[in-house]
Design a protein around this ligand. Structure first.
Ligand SMILES: Nc1ncnc2c1ncn2[C@@H]1O[C@H](COP(=O)(O)OP(=O)(O)OP(=O)(O)O)[C@@H](O)[C@H]1O
Ligand SMILES: [Mg+2]
Length: 604
């Protein structure tokens, strides 16, 4: 099972293991390594040319008033007094810088997008072939967020954060070297104060941000109280719970107030700190630097002093940005680890390799099948089920809610493996059959129909993606769906909305039936296929289903017993066991559970 996302977000720690896993991302970068290396060269070039900027800028600013020339003989080009030539140099520096940066950004984006396309594809490919149990254990929302948010996180990091981080490190390193070079004394004073202050400011700032995030969470909570109360307003009123809800709300808004007041105090302190310490430190450096430029034989030219100050500013900015960049990289390592966890799981495809693809003509047999769901191993759902369906027979499954009927249909589709016994298709054990091959021969009209956002036509065509329009219309007609489809102005092209929300339950069911008709399976499973229909529509659809069942093996699950009277065999399931079996007439004569149910439903 994958780790819950929450744990991840609370504290991301870089462990050896997580870094090891995150390294998996390199295999996605590998195909593009040549171009990526070129990108890095551009990055290195643009970062290092940037280092020259503060020097030249400082010389430019300091060149006007100062009569003292630069102390650093070795930088002959820096000795220039000529303002114009410094400006020209600055312009060329930016020109070169612009070209380098352009290629850096373009190359990094290219490599990132290519690698991410491959990563997205393999992550989704993994997911979609995961065994059914995986989806029972992992929340769908969490899984899709892996594919979307985690990848966005990685995208940001690969495209900019890493480059930015590298650039800042080069800037800091280069600045320190040049600061020492210009005046080691002043550099020493500076390094001991300014970066320390900058870091304190950053962490202080983060602390305040955290306080306000807490306040935001409380705000969200209080909003949900309002929302729930208003949505369920009739509940609130009918139970006269207004005062109770108000109390809850008051408590939560009081918490918001207290938290915000607290963070306000800290914010005040923060501002005082910035004003006093940060500016104090800067004034201190400027003071020390200016002292050095004074006197008969000044230690520092004013041009060098300006350069020094420019380096200081650039370095402080870089130091300040490092913690956020580092946090972003940390987050992406977490995100990469998440994705790699998916990519490295075994999926059905691997489990399937080397399995048979026998011809399936429709003889199905359950042999003393015992089954419990993987995450509830101690509860046995099926306790030794044996059944036999010959080619073209209709088998009905009835029984109380929770008896295990839908479970049997899941097993037919090989969503889960059984603990004991055997399921055979034409004598071949389901364990040896390629699931994809098996499922291609089966169609199910499930208990809960979920459609895809798209048109009705697309949803029906899901049964056989290469079907043409005439076939789709024919399937819709047979499912008795054409009438309601044509009543929409856009007909088959009508959008069904998210998960089919814009259709009624009965309409969805008929689309699912059309889907199954289009698939033309050897084995058909109808799990309460007509439960959402009124009696009139049910009769019409039942006609369609009766026709559909001809010439295939069908498993029909139904609560409404009138729909299964004609079945070749009716199995009455009770707490995971077959309590009775036989034809309708046999079971009526037995006067057992079935006969009782029939009587309750008032069928003669
Ligand atoms: N994915 C699952 N994971 C764990 N337990 C499950 C799962 N699906 C069903 N069960 C449990 O298995 C038992 C049988 O469920 P099943 O869906 O097969 O019942 P059913 O006979 O189809 O009932 P109904 O008539 O209400 O559809 C139930 O007790 C249910 O709680
Ligand atoms: Mg069911």
């Amino acid at each position: 099972m994958l780790k819950p996302k929450k744990d991840k977000e609370q504290k991301i720690k870089l462990t050896k293991e997580s870094i090891q896993k995150a390294k998996g991302i390199f295999s996605y970068l590998k195909p593009y390594r040549l171009i990526f290396t070129i990108g890095w060269i551009f990055l290195l070039l643009s970062s290092s040319t940037m280092i020259l900027f503060p020097y030249l800028m400082g010389q430019l600013l300091g060149s006007s008033g100062s009569k003292v020339t630069s102390m650093n003989e070795s930088f002959s080009l820096m000795k220039m007094e000529n303002i114009n030539s410094i400006v020209i140099l600055l312009f060329s520096l930016f020109g070169v810088q612009a070209i380098f940066s352009y290629f850096r950004v373009v190359i990094f984006t290219n490599v990132t997008e290519n690698a991410l396309r491959d990563l997205r594809k393999s992550a989704f490919e993994r997911l979609i072939y995961m065994p059914m149990d995986f989806f029972n254990q992992n929340k769908v929302g969490e899984l899709s967020s892996r594919i979307s948010t985690d990848i966005v996180q990685i995208q940001e990091t690969l495209r900019t954060t890493i480059a930015e981080f590298f650039r800042q490190v080069v800037t800091i390193g280069g600045s320190v070297i040049l600061l020492i070079f210009i005046s080691w004394k002043l550099a020493l004073i500076m390094v001991a104060t300014v970066p320390v202050m900058a870091l304190i400011a950053v962490f202080f700032g983060r602390f305040i941000k955290k306080l306000s995030t807490n306040a935001q969470n409380f705000a969200a909570e209080s909003n949900s109280i309002v929302e729930e109360a208003l949505m369920g307003i009739s509940n609130v009123k009918s139970f006269t719970n207004e005062l109770f809800i108000l109390g809850k709300y008051q408590k939560s808004i009081e918490e918001i107030r207290a938290l915000n007041v607290k963070s306000g105090m800290w914010r005040g302190l923060f501002i005082s700190f910035i004003i006093f310490c940060m500016t104090g430190a800067i004034v201190f450096i400027v003071w020390q630097g200016l002292l050095m430029t004074q006197g008969e034989h000044p230690e520092l030219s004013s041009a060098d002093f300006f350069s020094f100050m420019m380096y200081t500013i650039m370095m402080v900015a870089s130091v300040g940005s490092i913690p956020d960049l580092y946090a972003a990289i940390q987050k992406s390592i977490g995100a990469t680890e998440n994705l790699m966890n998916i990519i490295h799981q075994d999926n059905e495809k691997e489990i399937l390799t080397g399995k048979q693809k026998p011809e399936i003509i429709g003889n199905v047999e359950f042999n003393n099948v015992h089954f419990s769901y993987p995450q509830r191993k101690d509860i046995e759902i099926l306790k030794g089920i044996s059944l036999k369906a010959s080619k073209n027979e209709t088998i009905a499954l009835v029984g109380s809610s929770g008896a295990g009927k839908s479970t049997i249909s899941s097993l037919l589709l090989n969503y889960y493996s059984i603990q004991e016994g055997a399921i055979l298709f034409d004598g071949v054990n389901i364990k040896d059959i390629d699931s994809e091959h098996l499922r291609s021969q089966l169609a199910i009209v499930p208990q809960e129909v979920i459609l895809f956002a798209g048109t009705i036509e697309e949803n029906i065509a899901f049964g056989r993606p290469n079907a043409n329009e005439a076939e789709i219309i024919e399937a819709a007609k047979q499912a008795n769906a054409l009438e309601f489809i044509n009543s929409f102005p856009e007909g088959l092209k009508t959008q069904v909305g998210d998960r089919g929300i814009q259709l009624s339950g009965g309409q969805k069911q008929r689309i699912a039936i059309a889907r199954a008709i289009l698939k033309n399976p050897t084995i058909l499973i109808l799990d309460e296929a007509t439960s959402a229909l009124d009696s009139e529509s049910e009769r019409l659809v039942q006609d369609a289903l009766d026709k559909l069942m001809v010439g295939r093996t069908s498993f029909v699950i139904a609560h409404r017993l009138s729909t299964i009277r004609k079945a070749n065999k009716i199995l009455v399931l009770n707490h995971g066991e077959i309590a009775e079996q036989g034809t309708h007439e046999d079971l009526i004569q037995q006067k057992g559970i079935y006969a009782n149910l029939v009587e309750l439903q008032g069928i003669e």
